[in-house]
Every structure is written in C-alpha cells, then in structure tokens.
Write a protein that binds this ligand. Structure first.
Ligand code: FAD
Length: 469
C-alpha cells in the first residue's frame, strides 16, 4: 500500500539516533549510501542523554565527594566539604551530555547524514511518515534500520510521579535525597544506588531475586555488597515490591518478604526493574515486520528482520541492552545494507560492565558456562591486592579471573572485579576475540605500575608460573 506523495527518496533511513542508530547512519554514509536519521527526541538517544553517560557523570561526582570526605586515610584533611548539587547537575547536563550530543550531531552532518526531526511511522515496507508537531512528511526508502531503543518499565502500584522515579527522573533530581528506595538491584539500580550512597543518601535496595546484580557471579557481587554495607545501604533480597504511597514530600514503599509485608519510607522511590523495547505504535505491522517475545524484533545475524530490506538493532532486538552492542550491530547492519555480506554478528567477545564500587566486568565464558558448554577449562584468579598500582590507588579490593582451556591455555572468558575493571576488561576482550592463549598475554609487556599488569599475572598463574603470588 502506498499513501500520498513521497517527495524524498532515500537509500537508507535510520530510525533513532542512539548509539545504535547514529553509528549505523554514519557507517552507511561512509559506505556510499544516501542516509537520513529520524529522531523524535534528543540526538544521542538513551545512552548519551539519560543513560550511560549522565549516570557515569553522577557516579564520578559521587566518588569525588566521597573521596574528598575520606581523604584523611592519606593524611589529607579538607575541612568541611559540601555539595552544590545544582552545579553538579549543570556540569553533567551542559559540559558532559551537551558536549557529547552536540558532537554526535556534528559527526552526522560531517558525514552528510540528514537529520529529520519527528516520530517515524511505517506506511509499508518502503515508505514512512514522520510526524513533527503539527506537520507530517513522507519518505520513500530502499532500506530502513530500526534503532528505536527502549524505555523504562512501569509496574502496577508504582506509577511514575514526582516522588516515584524512573532512571531518567533520578538522573535529573535537583537535590540529593536524604533517603532513597531503589526497586530492582540490577545494574542500573545498583549503579544509581551507589552514586547516591556516595553523596550521603541513605539507600535501601529491594531486589526480587536472591542476589543483586544477578548477571554477575556471587564472588564479584559480594565485593559490591560489602561496599554497600560500609555505606549503610540496606539490601533486601527476595523482596516483592507491592506499592508506593506518596504523602507530601515522602513516599512509603510496601514490600513483601517471605509472606510478610513490610514498609520503608523515603524522599524518593526509584524503580529500575527493566526496560521495554520501543517497537509499539510505529506501524511495524503495516511494514510486515514480525515481533517476537516481549515486543523485541527477531533478526538474523546481520540484523535483517523477516522483511528483507528492513533491519533492526540495539535495545529493540534480543540480547543484552548495552550501548556497545547497539553500535556493533549498527555497523554490521550498515555493511550488509551496503552490499558487504562479509560481516555477521558474533557475541563471543561482548563485554558487560557494572559501574559499582568496585566495578564489575566480564567477557565470554564464566567457569560455569564454559563447563556447561562442554569445555575442559580452568580458572585462574589473581587479586588486585598483589598489584602495586592498585595499592598506590588504595583500591585493592577485587581480582581478575581468567577462564582458559586446559589444552592450549586458550582464553575463553574473563571476569574483573576491581578498580577500572571497565578498562581492564578491554585487553581481555581483545584476547578472547582473537583466540589468544595465556602465553600471548603473559609474554605481552605491560606498563608498570599499572592495573593491567593483573592480566599478565593472572596469565602466568594460568601457566603455573606466577611471579607475584
Ligand atoms: P536508544 O539509545 O534508546 O535510542 C533510541 C532512540 O530512538 C531514542 O532517541 C528515541 O527517542 C528514538 N525513537 C524511538 N522511537 C522513535 C520513532 N518512532 N521515531 C523517531 N525516533 C524514535 N549501556 C552500556 O553499554 N553501558 C552503560 O554504562 C549503560 N548505562 C546505562 C544507564 C542507564 C541509567 C540506562 C537507562 C541505560 C544504560 N545503558 C548502558 C543502556 C544503553 O543506554 C542502551 O543499551 C542503549 O542506549 C541502546 O541504544 P539504542 O541505539 O538501541 O537505543
């Protein structure tokens, strides 16, 4: 079905300008496509505006405050330390988010990607309409990439309001809460709980499963739990959140544990129980695109949906909801659309990071998943406590664990819990991706003193010849 005049003809149209969409658009343009990107909200999507970047800015500001208050350990006493939280937020919004999103808009322009403002709706599999305020434009396209991302899930009894917040609301607070209840101790909930705890907020986490951050192993998460305890964060596991009742400036959260109902009161309640893909209300059925479970779009290993010329990437498709996964899928889809079928997605070396204290990071197999997959492997765990750089940073909490095959010492996975785990994991990701073995890492000269030496030490441990332990 074709409706109206389709004045503008495009090779490739990308819907959504998050880390999936803008990267796909730029790559498709680099490969010679005439590309337009459609965005209904702010350029940069969830990640740059209300996700990865602003959350890490607040986490860092919390560290600065917490470390300044605890400098006496190093013999540094700064006197009374106060937070001007409005300034913190202004720095985050203008000097971090603003600069980055402005930079992405510039990159799109430089690569001759047209930015179309408005909300996209498919009319059929080669046409869409974009509605912006009171006007609507129509476009014809050869290929489309759906990169519409996701939004927070709202649960019954916890309608979002001034006191009941989603992650976007928590990141935009203009005051540091005295107390905060976090429903859902996954990675987003635990990261924000940690950020506010560092600012001095009394935090309570209510988690439905037996462990917070359940995607990481128990020995990693217990380091975070210990840190939370030190910062008076209450973690209540196996808890079912029932409802939030707001009275004036306070909110009371009722929850059930083992059949008993309890309640906890706070300035704010933050609900981080998961995200839902933005795949509804955009005419996918008119384009013939089929949805799988939970509204996610099923795709092949190049991001192609069941409709040949329509692709989907990022949080809108199955798999981990991570910015780097979205960008990676965006590049593969852009290549496929441009006629290069050499690239297909391979998630073997997909890192995942949680920016708690300490940071947690993993790539590839855990010991358990490797065994389940039938691999004959061993685990080698080296502590940051034996690393000079970690000692000089007063950040010795944690370890690196390598999972290597018994035959050939090939690295099939790694976990890092400790200072800068988010960066330390990169070398191990490259090693997993390249099929390197423990000798390759052990024989690589690592700068000294550095946290990355832990990977060399863990490799020597895997080879049975550790120097530093
Ligand atoms: P998004 O970034 O969600 O972008 C989708 C865009 O599409 C949005 O701008 C939206 O407005 C637009 N859009 C939707 N529908 C339409 C339409 N019909 N027409 C026009 N435009 C439309 N991931 C990490 O890897 N590391 C982290 O540290 C991290 N921290 C996070 C912290 C928080 C608080 C949150 C909420 C998320 C975090 N994430 C993190 C997850 C990460 O933000 C997402 O995985 C990532 O943004 C997904 O990218 P995307 O391109 O698929 O979609």
């Amino acid at each position: 079905m074709v409706v109206g005049d389709f004045a503008v003809e495009l090779d490739t149209v990308v819907i959504g300008s998050g880390p999936g969409g803008y990267v796909a658009a730029i790559r498709a343009a680099q490969l010679g496509q005439k590309v337009a990107i459609i965005e209904r909200d702010a350029i940069g999507g969830t990640c740059l505006n209300v996700g990865c970047i602003p959350s890490k800015a607040l986490i860092n500001a919390g560290h600065v405050y917490h470390n300044a208050k605890h400098g006496d350990f190093f013999g540094i006493n700064a006197g009374e330390i106060t937070v001007d939280f409005k300034r913190t937020q202004q720095w985050k919004d203008e000097e971090v988010v603003g600069k980055l999103t402005g930079g992405v808009a510039m990159l799109l322009k430089k690569n001759k990607v047209d930015i179309i403002r408005g909300e996209a709706f498919f009319v059929d599999d080669h046409h869409l309409r974009v509605i912006h305020e009171d006007s609507a434009e129509s476009y014809a396209f050869k290929h489309a990439i759906i990169a519409t991302g996701s939004r927070p899930i709202q649960i019954p009894g916890f309608e979002f309001s001034k006191r009941v917040l989603d992650s976007t609301g928590a990141l935009a607070l203009t005051e540091i809460p005295k107390d905060l209840v976090v429903i859902g101790g996954g990675y987003i909930g635990s990261e924000l709980a940690g950020a506010f705890a560092n600012f001095g907020t009394k935090v309570t986490i209510l988690e439905g499963s037996p462990q917070i951050i359940p995607t990481f192993e128990k020995d990693m998460v217990s380091l975070v739990e210990t840190d939370f305890k030190k910062k008076q964060v209450d973690i209540i596991t196996n808890a079912m959140a029932k409802e939030a009742v707001t009275e004036g400036d306070r909110v009371t959260v009722k929850y059930e544990v083992g059949g008993k109902v309890h309640s906890v009161e706070a300035d704010y309640c933050l609900v981080t129980v998961g995200r839902r893909p933005n795949t509804d209300d955009m005419g996918l059925e008119q384009a013939g695109v089929k949805l799988a479970e939970r509204g996610l779009i099923e795709v092949d290993n190049q991001g192609r949906t069941n409709v040949d010329n329509i692709f989907a990437i990022g949080d809108a498709v199955p798999g981990a909801a991570l910015a780097h996964k979205a960008s990676y899928e965006g590049k593969v889809a852009a290549q496929a659309i441009s006629g290069d079928n050499s690239a297909v997605v391979d998630y073997v070396a997909m890192p995942a990071v949680c920016f708690t204290d300490p940071e947690l990071a993993s790539v590839g197999h855990t010991l358990a998943s490797a065994k389940e997959a039938g691999l004959d492997v061993q685990a080698s765990k080296f502590p940051f406590g034996a690393n000079g750089r970690a000692l000089s940073l007063n950040a010795t909490n944690g370890f690196v664990r390598l999972i290597t095959t018994k035959a050939g010492n090939i690295l099939v996975g790694a976990q890092v819990a400790g200072p800068n785990a988010s960066d330390v994991i990169s070398e191990l990701t490259l090693a997993v991706e390249s099929g390197m073995n423990a000798e390759d890492i052990a024989l690589t000269i690592h700068s000294h003193p550095s946290l990355s030496e832990v990977t060399m030490d863990a490799s020597e441990l895997a080879l049975g010849m550790p120097i530093h332990i």
